[in-house]
Design a protein around this ligand. Sequence first.
Ligand code: NI
Length: 136
Amino acid sequence: MKVAVYRKAHFNAAHRLFNPSWTDEKNNEVFGLCNNPYYHGHNYELEVKVTGEVDPETGFVINLVELKKYIKEEIEDYLDHKNLNVEVEEFKTIIPTAENISIVIYNRLKAKLGDAYDLQIRLYETPRNFVEYPAS
Ligand code: NI
């Protein structure tokens, strides 16, 4: 019997959306205010969904103490209060959109959780704008 378990988390981070291979004009046209060269911040809200079989010995899909620890170490400690473009390795080569941040979060957690679980990330950049990866 598969059950989905959710854990919410939160981090603040700054970013700038721009494509270094484009002109300033094109960056402004596509990214608008998000291309501010002085960066801007978001309060990101994260929902981590872990789906798996209920372990008959524990009654758990996953021990939330363990999931909480992975989210803290791999996501919060890694991204909170960071300038994503400047301080986070992955975003030196990819644009730190919500889409790409959700993929980075997925990959970091997947590496810890392994193949025993299905993982899905939902990331809110604002209360109204959010992404889901993998797409369902
Ligand atoms: Ni932004």
